[in-house]
Design a protein around this ligand. Structure first.
Ligand code: ADP
Ligand code: MG
Length: 485
């Protein structure tokens, strides 16, 4: 029997506001535990929340980016539950009246086709704190860090429109690209700025009836997400084929140990006894505000990709890679402008630079090679001061902080020899040292001579330690040999 996979995503996106959603406490990452949660974040008696306008604007911007209906009057509710990282005893969130309604996100697949993933809605809510565990459950300690409590989030809920791990990852990457491009999220996945819950079910191929789903929570890397889906699909198929049934439950996937386990059976919305938050008024967004935000919207990734193809004559592929990531795109544009060479800037940004960053697990914002430094290198490649091979060496030098391309070329004496007098001398020496090769050349027919030229080239490049300008050597060599004919 063959099976269809059905996937729907719930995505938590941390909004890049300076302060919490209902208080003035800082949202900065990495502070000492429990130094950034204030009485309002913990709902101490006598406190009242005040909604952060910037968080509302960011949520509306997301709605505009995916062409969604904007909830002009949305409302906050209390979702009641106990958890050590939630001292309030409830999470302030939205249920019946979310700020963003139905919308669409288009994804591109490896075969070049596109697919539309429908968004059910996106709502505003606060994040909880974080439990941290050390040691095992007998001898260990658990601590609670409430710094994250009250950080503004939007939760984006998709329809179950994806039918493979590839599509789910493409969708997740597209959301990452959108929220970072419009500047509402810093996109730092390793710091939890985006977390993905994947709902997965299987059904007999072609069937109209959806199977029972499980939800795997809190995946914070695209790789883990792909692995978690693949394993869950396999587990469900094995289970059903062995005569069992899938139980609706919440699961956890551990990316380090590559194992998944059940966390709890699925709860229903009514278990949480949602009710409208009496502390907060309905959120009204005026048409003027929506229009203002629409006018000020930064460029979206699809538009940027099209512009890169037109403005810089990049391939669709390069434009896709560079256009998807806002910081990568701006790095590329800076390097292209400073070197006046978009083609080489694209090659180096998507090639050597991306590979090195990836290897060392660095985001482009942390790149040891700045866009201006890369441009300096590109200028020297383009004017033939250095060969492609030496360019890599110079790049390594810039990466490890030895200075600009020009400084490194100078210091290490890497400059390509383009002085024709010196090159004539080199060619003459190689010809004198290899009389048999010269005779062989003279006695060959025209077609063979072309190939034999390569032999001399190799010798000369070796003699110059790779520093001779190959185009010039080629010309001089051809001229000198022809004089002997
Ligand atoms: P609940 O209200 O129980 O959380 P929702 O209908 O809101 O359930 O769906 C939650 C998520 O699960 C959505 O992203 C949705 O697309 C996805 N989903 C719903 N049914 C299925 C299914 N049968 N298989 C896979 N995903 C599903
Ligand atoms: Mg839900």
């Amino acid at each position: 029997m063959s099976w269809d996979t059905v996937i729907g995503l719930e995505v938590h996106v941390q909004l890049a506001t300076k302060t919490k959603i209902f208080s003035g406490a800082s949202t900065a990452f990495g502070a000492e535990p429990n130094t950034q949660a204030c009485a309002i974040d913990l709902a101490m008696p006598g406190t009242l929340p005040v909604l952060n306008k910037q968080a509302v604007h960011y949520a509306v911007m997301f709605g505009l980016a995916i062409d969604a209906e904007i909830g002009k009057e949305s409302a906050f509710e209390r979702k009641n539950y106990f958890y050590p990282d939630l001292p309030k005893g409830y999470q302030t969130t939205q249920l019946e009246k979310p700020i963003v309604g139905r919308g669409n996100v288009e994804i591109q697949l490896a075969d070049g086709s596109t697919k539309t993933i429908r968004i059910h809605h996106a709502h505003l809510e606060e994040d909880a704190g974080k439990s941290l565990h050390e040691g095992d459950f007998r001898h260990g300690v658990s601590g609670i860090d409430l710094n994250r409590a009250g950080t503004p989030l939007i939760e984006i809920v998709s329809e179950p429109d994806m039918s493979s791990a590839e599509e789910a990852v493409a969708f997740a990457k597209k959301l990452h690209s959108i929220v970072t491009s419009i500047g509402i999220c810093d996109g730092e996945m390793s710091q939890g700025s985006m977390r993905f819950d994947v709902n997965v079910s299987v059904k007999p191929r072609g069937s109209d009836i959806l199977g029972t789903r499980t939800e795997t929570k809190n995946l914070n890397s695209f790789k883990f997400m792909e692995e978690a889906i693949a394993r869950e699909v396999e587990r469900q198929i094995d289970l059903i084929e062995d005569g069992g049934t899938v139980v609706q439950e919440t699961r956890l996937y551990n990316g380090e140990t590559k194992t998944a386990r059940s966390m709890r059976s699925k709860e229903e919305a009514n278990d949480y006894r949602y009710f409208p938050c009496p502390d907060l008024l309905p959120v009204v967004v005026s048409d003027e505000t929506i229009e203002e935000l629409r006018r000020a919207m930064p460029e979206l990734p699809d538009a940027r990709q099209t512009r890169f193809v037109e403005q810089y004559a990049l391939s669709e592929y390069d434009a896709g890679v560079l256009g998807a990531d806002a910081s990568m795109a701006s790095y590329f544009e800076t390097a292209a402008a400073a070197s006046n060479n978009p083609k080489l800037a694209a090659n180096w940004t998507t090639g050597e630079l991306a590979a090195r960053l990836n290897n060392e697990d660095l985001s482009i914002a942390k790149s040891p090679v700045s866009a201006e430094q890369l441009a300096g290198l590109i200028v020297r490649i383009a004017d033939n001061s250095i060969s492609g091979k030496m360019a890599k060496e110079v790049f390594d030098g810039i990466w490890s902080g030895e200075g600009s391309a020009d400084e490194i070329i100078e210091k290490r004496g890497l400059k390509q020899v383009s002085d024709s007098g010196a090159l004539e001398q080199m060619v003459a020496e190689v010809l004198t040292a290899n009389p048999a090769m010269v005779d062989d050349y003279i006695n060959s027919d025209e077609a063979k001579r072309k190939k034999k030229l390569g032999g001399f080239m190799g010798q000369i490049m070796k003699a110059s330690k790779g520093q001779a300008n190959p185009q010039q050597v080629n010309q001089i060599l051809a001229k000198k040999l022809n004089e002997l004919l």
